[in-house]
Design a binder for this molecule. Sequence first.
Ligand code: FE2
Length: 418
Amino acid sequence: MIKFTNANIYRNSDATEILVKDGVIQQIGNNLPAAEEEIDLKGRLIVPPYVDSHLHLDYVYTGGGDDAKNATGTLFEGIARWHDVKKTQTFEDAKSRMLKGIQEEVSKGVQYIRTHIDVCDPDLTGLKAMLELREELKDNVTIQIVAFPQEGMYAYKGAVELMEEALKMGADCVGGIPHFEWAYEFGQDSVRKTVELALKYDKLIDVHCDETDDPMSRHVQLLNALVMIEDIGTRTAASHTCSFGSADDAYAFRMMGLFEQSQMNFIALPTENAYLQGRQDTYPKRRGLTRVKEFWENGINISFGQDSINDPWYPAGNGNMMNILDNGIHLAQTMSLPQLDVCLDFITFNGAKTLNIEEEYGIEVGRAANFLVLDAISPFEAVRQRADVLASIRNGKYLFKKPEPSYDIELDLFRSTI
Ligand code: FE2
């Protein structure tokens, strides 16, 4: 039995103690029974593990070579560069890069990842490597795999068959990229196929949807309608939806009501799309973000993801979800004081809802003792300070624990001179 004391639990301000046995939370409250081991958290904020709801693990660390150079900094050139880069991909290379990418994320507090894996590959090399890693690492990190036709469900010959193969092999979600198809009608066909495959194989849906500044890219309308008809909105996510940030207000008003009805999830990728979008604009220059603030204020579920770690689309990225949150709330202008108290939801609870893991996620009695200790005393302070993750605990055990921060400068002395 382990007792964590002096905790400030996110979304549970009444309790300060957590009692854990055999990796499961037994009690949450105050003045709980003594335990063999007691860990004083010194008033720090405890949050459920970070969820990265959108990442491309097969692409990580491929951004450095000449083949990967994306001169225009656009999504479309990124796809062309990846087409060349993946020709050299081997199983061993893919698996070792993916492992390193997962390690980077987990070392910063992520315990849940949804990764898109390109299935436009007759050998399905990346998928095979990812399936192995998902199993090998399941005690340390929960991974969902999206069968993703990066080069188009119809633009790439044989992609639909490869999608089906990937779903049979164990991918969790059906993906799509309708705005990349060669004609709008093909994009619409791909949305229909995505929903058809999800129903056929009983899978979740996560579509790269309207990742363009073109305000007339409106595939999200059909996706939303189809999943509403099938009553699978909560099992569906629309990623990016950048065009919705450029869309006409009358269309957006109509769609907002329909999104509320379908309960479909949205995923924004703040750093990635700030970098990739607006490339055809002079000034004013768009920042590529969907209507995050309006979704959030209307109760439509939206989470943030990393998307890329050093690949042909985006040179940076390190799995630090606090950095993603920081960028996202600035770009979305969701920084009122009440919003700052709850915006950690973008990288925790909202991501869990998108992944359909709500029943196992969160700091609650009877659930796995999975949580983070942040170097801050409140949600506001965590966000204001971009707080570091001091410890990540999974099934009651440390995935990592950092030493107490110490300072070379005597801060009190320093303060007295200013
Ligand atoms: Fe993506």
